[in-house]
Design a protein around this ligand. Structure first.
Ligand SMILES: Nc1nc2c(ncn2[C@@H]2O[C@H](COP(=O)(O)OP(=O)(O)OP(=O)(O)O)[C@@H](O)[C@H]2O)c(=O)[nH]1
Ligand SMILES: [Mg+2]
Ligand SMILES: [Zn+2]
Length: 287
């Protein structure tokens, strides 16, 4: 057995596919550990041409995960960019976007909002809604994975990016469009469901070029943030940071207290009701 190091390029529950020195190994883990993620750099023990065992993960530059009451779901490791993919059809869930931006802020990973399917006429109304996030300073690109994905390309260079978002928004279509040998990969990416619909069941990492990598991930329905502390939430809302420390009570929950700087700013129109509502609901959820 030979020791080596490689990167997890696919996760299948208990099994992981690791790329090391140009080889691909089907890996198990020690002690049924499953807390590895696509993108992790791992130390492996090679058993034969096809199989290896993951010994441990090396220190991560970043870790994107979500957590609800019961379980932690690691989405991707070592990414430097989150591409939140949203489209006018199927009906987008803005809550998911708000939560993903918070996870990005908390994980210190730069988010980009990718508005896909701009070939659909319903896109104009969505873009109007999303101006709020542009005003908050988030990058937004508009494209059509089916017609022209070039607006995204400069943002990918030199990054390990992960595509996240609701099911059906076009993450895998975009992945296929961006990959040099697109068609060969479709089988890897998706599993055919009923009526020919394809939905991604596992995260997978692809190389766009030597320094640019892209992780496609399964569609999200929820984005649990139980791993965050209620007191830290305001730091993750860019428009609220300037009010930190200005509330009358240092442990203000920004929900019911008098002289709350955040609620006052919302009253003055400096913070939107929508974002205040998200802060208040998350504060309650995490308390
Ligand atoms: N009109 C239009 N349809 C698109 C575009 N991009 C993707 N679609 C369609 O949207 C549907 C869903 O695309 P997928 O790429 O499978 O979506 P996904 O985000 O990977 O979905 P999950 O894997 O379930 O998370 C497919 O029918 C695509 O053909 C686009 O730019 N324009
Ligand atoms: Mg997909
Ligand atoms: Zn307050």
């Amino acid at each position: 057995m030979t020791a080596s190091a490689g990167q997890i390029i696919r996760s299948h529950g208990r099994r992981f596919i690791v790329e090391a020195d140009g080889h691909v190994y089907d890996c198990t883990t020690r002690g049924k550990r499953v807390d590895y993620a696509c993108g992790d750099i791992v130390d492996i023990l090679i058993q034969n041409q096809e199989q290896a065992v993951i010994e441990r993960a090396q220190a991560r530059r970043s870790l994107l995960y979500r957590q609800d009451d019961w379980k932690t779901k690691v989405i991707a490791a070592n990414v430097t960019r989150i591409l939140f993919v949203i489209a006018a059809v199927p009906t987008p869930n803005e809550e998911l976007l708000g939560r993903c931006l918070i996870a990005a802020e908390a994980g210190d990973i730069e988010p980009v909002i990718v508005v896909n399917k701009c070939d659909l006429p319903e896109t104009a109304a969505l873009l109007e809604k999303l101006q709020l996030y542009v005003k908050l300073g988030y990058q937004l690109v508009t494209l059509s994975a089916k017609q022209d994905f070039s607006p995204l390309q400069p943002l990918l260079r030199g990054h390990t990016s992960v595509l996240v978002g609701q099911s059906g928004m076009g993450k895998s279509t975009l992945t296929n469009a961006l990959l040099p040998e697109a068609k060969a990969r479709i089988g890897d990416i998706s599993t055919a469901l009923d009526s020919g619909r394809h939905t991604t069941t596992h995260a997978a990492l692809y190389h766009l070029d030597e320094n640019s990598h892209l992780i496609d991930s399964p569609g999200l329905q929820e984005f649990g943030l139980k791993h965050l502390q209620a007191v830290d939430l305001v730091y993750y809302f860019p428009e609220m940071r300037r009010y930190i420390g200005q509330c009358r009570f240092h442990n203000c929950s920004h929900r019911v207290e008098p002289n709350c700087a955040i609620m006052d700013a919302a009253k003055n129109g400096e913070i939107t009701a929508h974002r205040l509502d998200l802060l208040q609901r998350l504060t309650q959820e995490l308390s």
